[in-house]
Design a protein. Structure first.
Length: 315
């Protein structure tokens, strides 16, 4: 009887362990199950990237109806898949993590471990060996990326076209202005009267203080920077083409603007161009690598563990 009871108990333990193991993995990449700990390492990188771009409030946003958290989770899967695929291709490319990578891997492992509390590391089953393996794989993927893209050479004509387009679309990056402003809202009873009076005063060469005294709009005429997201393109272009001291009149669907150009500042165009060049090279290399990665990943199958996946509701 004791023997039968022991066998039944053993079976229950085996079933329990099997079920628990089955529930621990988040996603499977070509048959390799990625547990919650490894997935969280990648998801944490997404968290840092998202918040660097949109701050902590970004998690309240959605992208085409998909929550930021869900987008981050899917991005984590894409990154994991890219890393795993690269690691499978690495031997045929004679690429591995060697002694020259050890210091960088060790430093990164310590950084990652430091991002989690001891309790979190324990609950996620994250120890140094596992994190080292994760970072080693990421290092290999980085070396595969370098190998695939090392032959890229910038097409100078295409880059110049890219640069000129950027200049046209982002004029305030190269030239910024301090302004003072009077704003007249269109839907007020005396808006047209004040508009006509403003145009008359500007024509007489009056400065903004005298115009505000005459119109009494209550506008804050303190000096402030010209911000691209607050004005239409026609207003920005008009201010940028003016001289310091000019007072101008503009109109858009919101109202009437009397703007005084107080000062103008020019950025280091050569430095901006060099930074854009590096960004351009990075974009082109990413395009090249994506094409190769898409070929490698064509037959790779990914599967989500729906129960665990749906339980991850924050990053």
């Amino acid at each position: 009887m004791k023997k039968i009871f022991f066998c039944l108990l053993l079976c229950l333990v085996i079933v329990f362990v099997a079920c628990a193991t089955n529930e621990e993995w988040v996603v499977s990449v070509d048959g390799e199950k990625i547990d919650r700990g490894e997935f969280t390492v990648y998801l944490n990188e997404q968290k840092k990237s998202f918040e660097a771009q949109g701050g902590e409030d970004i998690w309240e946003a959605d992208f085409d109806g998909v929550s930021a958290v869900e987008v981050a989770k899917n991005n984590a899967i894409n990154t994991i898949t890219m890393v795993k695929v690269a690691c499978k291709q690495a031997p045929s490319l004679n690429i591995s993590a060697d002694k020259t990578d050890e210091a960088a891997i060790e430093e990164r492992v310590n950084e990652i471990m430091g991002e989690f509390s001891p309790e979190e590391l324990k609950s996620l089953s994250l120890d140094k060996n596992k994190v080292t393996r994760i970072i080693k794989e990421a290092r290999i993927q980085s070396k595969v990326f370098d190998y695939i893209t090392e032959g890229y050479v910038v097409n100078e004509d295409e880059f110049e076209e890219y640069f000129e387009k950027y200049k046209q679309e982002n004029p305030l990056v190269f030239k910024s202005c301090d302004i003072r402003e009077i704003f007249i809202q269109k839907d007020t009873d005396d808006a047209l009267e004040k508009k006509e009076r403003a145009v008359e005063l500007i024509g007489k060469g009056k400065k903004i203080d005298a115009i505000e005294t005459a119109l009494n709009t209550g506008s804050n005429t303190d000096v402030k920077p010209l911000e691209g997201d607050l004005y239409s393109k026609s207003i920005i272009d008009g201010v940028l083409s003016a001289k310091n001291g000019d007072v101008m009149f503009f109109e858009d669907e919101n109202g009437y603007y009397i703007i005084s150009l107080e000062d103008t500042f020019f950025a280091d165009e050569a430095a901006i161009k060099e930074q854009l060049r590096q960004n351009y090279i990075s974009e082109k290399k990413n395009e090249i690598y994506k094409q190769q990665n898409d070929k490698w990943s064509a037959d790779v199958k990914t599967e989500k563990n729906d129960k665990v996946w749906s339980s991850i509701t924050e990053v």
